[in-house]
Ligand binder design. Structure first.
Ligand code: NAD
Ligand code: LMR
Length: 338
């Protein structure tokens, strides 16, 4: 293989020339950690996204195999693979959107914060690569603990002098996806009809579903509220325990990541009214980062929505969430600053 192995060299070039001439629409997307449990199904889902014209698959292991496999799908995106740190720069150059699911997952008995030791360094290295090779890209950060890895990424970008808070998004879509599913079960409706805002962060009590703001408007008994809140907050642990040592959510996460990435691309394209929850640089609370609904546009998270009216149960939950979030955010900031 040449150092930057490609899906059948000439074919790639012909298709790229064709695109250049025809001005076919499409964005360039990179997945870092593309050979992993999330990375592989996410690569598949991005390859079938009509908004994607070029898909770069980077990992430190096994990316040639995943690339060869995904590249045979007869969809529009041109797929290229990149293996190991020396190829990170080529993987990132020219990208519009970088999705990062690189890092170790939990095993039963672990918290997401237990992953900090290994994943903090991985996220730092990858974000240094983004700062150098595609500083204008939108970043979707999936690696846990998201409550700390997003602040790490922000500090890396600040250090490099390229930080634009609108372009850094921690992916919390899986919390919303789970909330929609579990609430739909309780209401006895199709999950596609349900929209549950989930705010705060992405770990335990920092995951705060706002059941008082569910669409369509619904009311829940105290028992239902308690059941739903606990199940949404512990959805990740439910999967970790069921997988019994074989990792955490990968398939539902790839679905959620692909859904969120698609919304980011719709925003980049200039579509209006694209709104999703994400963990972002925020002034909604006194904390520097917080997950809320955001409006996605050409510049990333162009508008950050306020929390809206909370009931007593949610106000208590919010205080608990902020306490834990403050520590996780600080831990991420200190990792780069100290
Ligand atoms: P995995 O172990 O199956 O895959 C991780 C991949 O990352 C592997 O292929 C590995 O080689 C790669 N990797 C490791 N170091 C790398 C580096 N320096 N550069 C590039 N790639 C590197 O794990 P997974 O199940 O895919 O989970 C990945 C991460 O996503 C974990 O941290 C997990 O906790 C997190 N996660 C987040 C959410 C969320 O909602 N945000 C949901 C599920 C999982
Ligand atoms: C999830 O919510 O599924 C992920 O954050 C993975 C985990 O460790 O729970």
């Amino acid at each position: 293989h040449p150092s930057n192995f490609k899906e059948g060299g000439d074919v790639v070039l012909k298709r790229e020339e064709c695109r250049a001439k025809g001005g076919a629409p499409g964005f360039k997307v990179a997945i870092l950690g593309a050979a992993g449990g999330i990375g592989q199904p996410l690569a598949l889902l991005m390859k079938i996204n009509p908004l994607v014209s070029v898909l770069h698959l980077y990992d430190v292991v096994n990316s040639p195999g995943v690339t060869a496999d995904v590249s045979h799908m007869d969809t529009g995106a041109v797929v290229r693979g990149f293996l190991g740190q020396p190829q990170l720069e080529s993987a990132l150059t020219g990208m519009d959107l970088v999705i990062i699911p690189a890092g170790v997952p939990r095993k039963p008995g672990m918290t997401r914060d237990d992953l900090f030791k290994i994943n903090a360094g991985i996220v730092r290295t990858l974000c240094e690569g983004v700062a150098k090779s595609c500083p204008g890209a939108i970043v979707n950060l999936i690696s846990n603990p998201v409550n700390s890895t997003v602040p790490i990424a922000a500090e890396v970008f600040k250090k490099a002098g390229i930080y634009d808070p609108k372009r850094l998004l921690g992916v919390t879509t899986l919390d919303v996806v789970r909330a929609n599913t579990f609430v739909a079960e309780v209401l006895g409706v199709d999950p596609r009809e349900v929209d549950v805002p989930v705010v705060g962060g992405h770990a335990g009590v920092t995951i705060l579903p706002l059941l008082s703001q569910v669409k369509p408007p619904s009311s829940f008994s105290a028992e239902e509220t308690e059941y739903l809140t606990n199940r949404i907050q512990n959805g990740g642990t439910e999967v970790v325990e069921a997988k019994a040592g074989a990792g955490s959510a990968t398939l539902s996460m790839a679905y959620a990541a692909a859904k969120f990435a698609n919304e980011c691309l719709r925003g980049l394209k200039g579509e209006s009214g694209v709104v999703e929850c994400a963990f972002v640089d925020s002034q909604v609370t006194e904390l520097p980062f917080f997950a809320t609904k955001v409006r996605l546009g050409r510049g990333g998270a162009e508008e950050i929505y306020q929390l809206g009216p909370l009931n007593e149960y949610e106000r208590i939950g919010l205080e608990k969430a902020k306490k834990e979030l403050a520590e996780s955010i600080q831990k991420g900031i200190d990792f780069i600053k100290k």
